[in-house]
Ligand binder design. Structure first.
Ligand code: BG6
Ligand code: MG
Length: 220
């Protein structure tokens, strides 16, 4: 296995748990549209861009809307989302993530963010961790949503590493698929029963360090 020189982190569900905010905002909108929206639907939308998420809900309800209405709905969803996400603070960092970022920095491992969210830079600021990242690729910069590997390929390029020198951390199946499609090493964050195709799945970064991650990656 090539030496790992960089790590790319997904944001939502890996660094901070914003899924609940997305759920509240989409539920509200789905309600207005008369479409049923469950927690399971929300799971399916993890890692999925705003526009594709809206299409999912419209499809579910058998609704066909014009482009302008869709834009208005997406803006409205984002307003609802931001009302909650704007209150994010350092306290919302998931357990162990900041210590892990500090360790990577001290080891000289390059750090990137690979998120589908257009709000990612703002959330990093609110969390107070922007300065850890040498590359931030977010939903504003990509044309193809996960499971396309574009978001991670752009990150690897900016971090000046080959894909096989780069480890991706992802909580969404679409993100794991994206990393695999790009030829990256990938570790899932969440439930091993529901995430497929990762080298290993960890519940989170608490009680993890670089040494234990490398062990998992090598299947030891
Ligand atoms: C991802 C989330 O990180 O970003 C998705 O997992 C979300 O649920 C997507 O839809 C897009 O986010 P935003 O902030 O651009 O609407
Ligand atoms: Mg995620």
């Amino acid at each position: 296995m090539a030496e790992i020189k960089a790590c790319i982190f997904d944001l939502d569900g890996v660094i901070v748990d914003t899924a609940a905010h997305h759920f509240v905002a989409w539920s509200h909108l789905a309600d207005e549209l008369g479409v049923e929206f469950s927690k399971e639907d929300n799971e399916n939308l993890k890692g999925v861009s705003r526009v594709d998420s809206l299409e999912y809900i419209l499809n579910k309800g058998g609704l066909v809307l014009d482009a302008m209405t869709k834009l208005q709905l997406m803006d409205r969803k984002n307003e609802l989302y931001l009302e909650l996400a704007n209150q994010t603070t350092k306290d919302d960092l998931l357990p162990g993530i900041e210590a892990f970022l500090i360790e990577l920095k001290n080891l000289g491992i390059r750090i990137g963010l690979g998120s589908s969210s257009k709000n990612a830079p703002m959330i990093l600021e609110l969390l107070g961790i922007t300065s850890f990242f040498q590359s931030v690729v977010d939903g504003n910069r990509i044309t193809l949503s996960k499971p396309d590997p574009e978001v991670f390929l752009m990150g690897a390029k900016e971090l000046a590493v080959q894909v096989n020198q780069c480890l991706v951390f992802e909580d969404a199946q679409s993100g794991i698929d994206a990393a695999n499609a790009g030829g990256f090493h990938v570790i899932g964050v969440g439930d091993a029963k529901t995430l497929n195709g990762a080298k290993a799945v960890i519940p989170g970064f608490h009680q993890m360090n670089w040494h234990s991650i490398l062990h998992l990656l090598r299947g030891e």
